[in-house]
Design a protein around this ligand. Structure first.
Ligand code: 5GP
Length: 253
């Protein structure tokens, strides 16, 4: 096996550097929620998540979204280009859920005009949010704070917003044919040595997206095929992730 240098560990991935200076993401079976307060491990989670990320990275590249993805050398690892990570996480929402609903119910925010106040209320046209990446707890930030901290320029915010919208359209369209609704997702971006901003981390995995079964949703029931299964303790994570992956693969046939 090639000489790998340990770099760091995220919530679900361990990161190494190879001799060419690229990074190797090792997808582990770990899962955490609520800023690390709830933790567990599920057999096969790493392998399924890695395969789902690989599936979506290829689709993104085919659709002209620039990404850091190179290849998956093993079933649980992904080789990616090393980037200078933009210190904000980007969240796209098509439906009310998660922290958006929580902040609304706590009286911290108002929802966009005309948007319902229940989990599953649609957000026409969608909405984008930004949170901090390198603070102990992910904290929502507005564009003024992003600009004044020098995290992104106004042009870069526009560019990232456009890319994120395109990613949403690509995923939502692809998922529609497998009967899955993309409620929301989180992406991260990084800068190449040339200063180009490209998609980083992982995309389209059930760790970082909310996926709802379309047929149940039509009946007014939300059935999650994502990390909400773990957050809400409503089933076995591996079973849900495996079901999601099998539905995705059927799309391609
Ligand atoms: P929320 O803000 O409602 O908790 O999350 C919105 C969406 O972004 C959800 O699909 C959630 O899984 C994803 N998300 C938010 N924060 C993180 C994070 O720190 N890591 C990952 N992997 N996904 C996140």
């Amino acid at each position: 096996k090639e000489n790998l240098k340990y770099v760091s560990s995220g919530k679900a991935k361990d990161i190494y550097e190879n001799s060419s200076g690229n990074l190797v993401f090792e997808f582990t079976d770990r899962v955490t929620a609520f800023d690390g307060k709830k933790k567990s491990e599920y057999d096969e989670k790493g392998e399924i998540t890695c395969k789902i990320a690989e599936y979506w990275f290829k689709i993104m590249e085919e659709n002209g979204i620039p990404t850091h993805y190179i290849e998956c050398p093993t079933p649980t690892s992904m080789l990616v280009k090393r980037l200078d990570i933009v210190p904000v996480e980007v969240i796209w929402r098509n439906y009310v859920a998660g922290s958006l609903l929580r902040r609304y119910l706590a009286g911290d925010i108002t929802l966009p005009q005309g948007v319902g106040t229940e989990e599953g209320s649609p957000i026409p046209g969608g909405m984008i949010e930004f949170t901090t990446k390198f603070e102990a707890v992910d904290r929502p930030v507005d564009t003024d704070e992003i600009l004044s901290n020098g995290w992104l320029s106004e042009k870069e915010i526009e560019y990232i917003t456009d890319l994120t919208k395109r990613i949403n359209n690509i995923m939502s369209q692809e998922l529609a044919s497998s009967g899955i609704i993309l409620a929301d997702f989180k992406v991260e971006y990084g800068r190449t040595p040339d200063g180009e901003i490209i998609l980083a981390d992982e995309v389209g995995t059930p760790d970082g997206c909310r996926f709802w079964k379309g047929d149940d949703f039509e009946k007014g029931v939300i059935t999650s095929l994502d990390k909400d299964v773990f957050r809400k303790s409503i089933g076995n994570l591996t079973v849900a992730y495996r079901e999601l992956f099998s539905k995705l693969q059927r799309t391609n046939i």
